[in-house]
Design a protein around this ligand. Structure first.
Ligand code: FES
Ligand SMILES: [Fe+2]
Length: 356
């Protein structure tokens, strides 16, 4: 056993990814360019866009992006970068029918075309069409907005084949974003994914959650680029309806949709690496109504407890990995989803890192 061993395809004989992938800052740099800059990243929900010109801003691998709704009803994403001297165009969220740069007042239409470039009269060979905003791939998964910095990325329907079918009865477009919470976890982003993708730890770490669900009926399913886990509430069967159990979809590489037991809900968890041992978690909760009921408050409180329990154990794990004595681990046969994640990571990274 050592760094030279790749993760075997066969779960029962596989070792995990080597620990240095969790502690080396250079690995994160490779992951940023090869994974995060080439994968679909959640940025928002259609309920945030009510009229033309509504916009939101975000960053993907540190690059400023904004998403806006055009006069033609089309949602578009652009780099939040002016074509004149690269200043940032818009901040936060709001509504602008024309986007005017705060630096020298070049302005852009909602389709990204250059509207006005003041003070450029007399400049030779200056063509407005050469100075449109740089667009970013945008796709909708049901009513959730995703962008991808890679212009050649495969569409979500292909990468996450079957997922659309899975949630088609959940009426996701009826959900409204009600709360966003952020926490910082002092562990490598992959520690959080490893933790999320198995429930062997649930009876030990999430005692209160496990008292309500039937862990005997826990099931998981692996797909090319996503993983499904479910557990019904005690007294329910495996074909439970929304609210009668937990349904969890992890989408490669760093986000998951959670349908928790309780009133109709969906939440999105994103893990965003800050550095190789610090991860920002963004949790966005969606309910059917804007007014939050007591039951919904309670659900969010339970969720928060679970997240805190996971954060604490992830920080303990990172500390353990950083001792240098832990080189790589093994998988139990119920950690098949973690194994799947490690194989996906290996597939993306093996040509770039000295994995063997
Ligand atoms: S940088 Fe935007 S107008 Fe100059
Ligand atoms: Fe957990």
């Amino acid at each position: 056993m050592g760094n030279e061993v790749l993760v075997s395809e066969k779960l029962s004989e596989a070792h995990t990814l080597p620990s240095w992938l969790y502690t080396d800052p250079d690995v994160l740099e490779v992951e940023r360019t090869e994974i995060f800059a080439k994968s679909w990243q959640y940025v928002g929900h259609v309920s945030e866009f009510k009229k033309a010109g509504d916009y939101i801003t975000t960053e993907i691998v540190g690059k400023p992006i904004f998403v806006t709704l055009g006069n033609d009803g089309e949602m578009r994403a652009f780099y939040n970068v002016c074509s004149h001297r690269a200043a940032k165009l818009v901040e936060g969220e709001g509504n602008k029918r024309i986007i005017t740069c705060p630096y020298h007042a070049w302005s852009y239409r909602l389709d990204g075309s250059l509207n006005r470039a003041p003070n450029m009269q007399g400049v030779e060979s200056f063509n407005a069409q050469d100075f449109c905003l740089h667009d970013v791939r945008l796709e909708l998964f049901e009513s959730f907005i995703f962008v991808n910095l890679d212009p050649h990325a495969e569409p979500m329907t292909k990468l996450y084949g079957g997922l659309f079918e899975h949630v088609k009865n959940d009426n996701l477009e009826r959900f409204k974003k009600v709360r966003v919470k952020e926490t910082i976890c002092h562990s490598n982003w992959k520690v959080g994914i490893d933790n999320y993708l198995e429930c062997d730890h649930c009876p030990l770490v999430h005692k209160s959650l496990v008292s309500k669900v039937d862990m005997g009926q826990y099931e998981s399913a692996l797909y090319d680029n996503y993983v499904y886990q479910e557990t019904p509430l005690k007294g329910e069967t495996s074909d439970f309806e929304m609210g009668q159990g937990g349904r969890y979809y992890w989408l490669y590489p760093n986000m998951w949709f959670s349908f928790d037991p309780g009133p109709p809900n969906v939440s999105i968890h994103q893990s965003i690496p800050i550095d190789h041992k610090t991860t920002k978690y963004v949790y966005t909760t969606f309910f059917m109504n804007d007014n939050i009921s007591n039951e919904e408050e309670e659900l969010m409180a339970v969720d928060e407890d679970v997240r805190k329990e996971d954060k604490e154990i992830c920080e303990v794990v990172q500390k353990g990995i950083e001792t240098g004595v832990y080189k790589r681990g093994r998988f139990s046969l119920t950690e098949n989803c973690v194994h799947h994640f490690h194989l996906l990571m290996q597939k993306r990274l093996k040509h770039l890192l000295p994995l063997k």
